[in-house]
Design a protein around this ligand. Structure first.
Ligand code: NAP
Length: 260
């Protein structure tokens, strides 16, 4: 095998990638991988300090151009400003990753306030919609591009503790199909559907209970590491996936509700 020829399929030299929630966890792993593949990168999250720090680390580790821009994705004014900053700095966006997401815990379904419900929809669905509308429209009018949404296996297999979140992520998957039709042929839109990954989210897990769950539900018997999202992200961001559109790629060690 010629590794140089293989790497060419995944090369992002000259491309610009914007990753929301890019300061930690899966987002940071993807942003770093894009930079390693030659892209210039915009990392974003709510906290300005975290954005600056992630951008600095990526620049130092990879030599790529990288800026950090704070944005609360549920705030559409923030989304507009993020897109303006990305185009202002780099003149284009080739890859948009709608990765920022959250699933706040709740005591019971009746304890879920309207505010919490709206926040979950705002971060996991409305923000990605606004960013995709802004960036996808410009991609379609320009050189094209790739939009990657990060959903969750909760979209298909929601547990009682993540019902608003699962609904929002199911909406994100539905939106992936719609955007794949809307922005083609120049722009592809796909979705990565992760199962459990050991990021900051997992710090709130009861690990003994979760490990028992993994044993029963995941043939690989464990949660994923953040860097195990990178292969799919590089595939969808690059020309390697030039005929992949509207796809939902499940990365969950083979998880299913059927207990083994
Ligand atoms: N880890 C898992 O087990 C798992 C499983 C299925 C799906 N997912 C999905 O994968 C994505 C990444 O998850 P992760 O585990 O990497 O999460 P994480 O480690 O908690 O990181 C979340 C990132 O999103 C940012 N963020 C949070 N709320 C935001 C908001 N309102 N606006 C903008 N940025 C925001 C955070 O930074 P700030 O705090 O600075 O804003 C951080 O950079 C999410 O969409 C999540 O739903 C994760």
């Amino acid at each position: 095998m010629n590794s140089e020829k293989t790497a060419k399929h995944f090369d992002l030299t000259g491309k610009v990638a914007l990753v929301t929630g890019g300061t930690r966890g899966l987002g940071l792993a993807m942003a770093r991988a894009f930079a390693d593949a030659g892209a210039s990168v915009v990392v974003s999250s709510r906290k300005a300090g975290a954005c600056a720090e992630a951008a600095r680390t990526i620049r130092e580790d990879t030599g790529a151009r990288c800026i950090g821009v704070p944005c609360h994705v549920a705030d559409w004014d923030d989304c507009d400003a993020l897109v303006a900053a990305a185009y202002g700095e780099f003149g284009k966006v080739d890859v948009l990753v709608n990765n920022a997401g959250m699933s706040p815990p709740y005591e019971s379904l009746v304890s879920v306030s309207r505010e919490l419900f709206d926040k979950v929809i705002g971060v996991n669905l409305a923000g990605p919609f606004r960013l995709s509308a802004l960036v996808g429209t410009r991609m379609a009018a320009g050189e094209g591009g790739s939009i990657i949404n990060i959903s969750s296996t909760a979209a298909a297999m929601p547990t009682s503790s993540e019902i608003p979140y699962g609904a929002a992520k199911a909406g994100l998957q539905n939106m992936t199909t719609g955007l794949a039709h809307t922005f083609g042929p120049g722009v592809r839109c796909n979705c990565i559907m992760p199962g459990p990954f050991l990021t900051d989210i997992s710090k709130a897990w009861d690990m003994a209970a979760m490990n028992d769950l993994f044993d029963r539900m995941i043939p690989l018997g464990r949660a994923g590491r953040a860097d195990e999202i990178v292969g799919a992200a590089l595939y969808l961001a690059s020309d390697a996936s030039s005929y992949t559109n509207g796809a939902i790629i499940k990365i969950d060690g083979g998880m299913s509700f059927a207990a083994s």
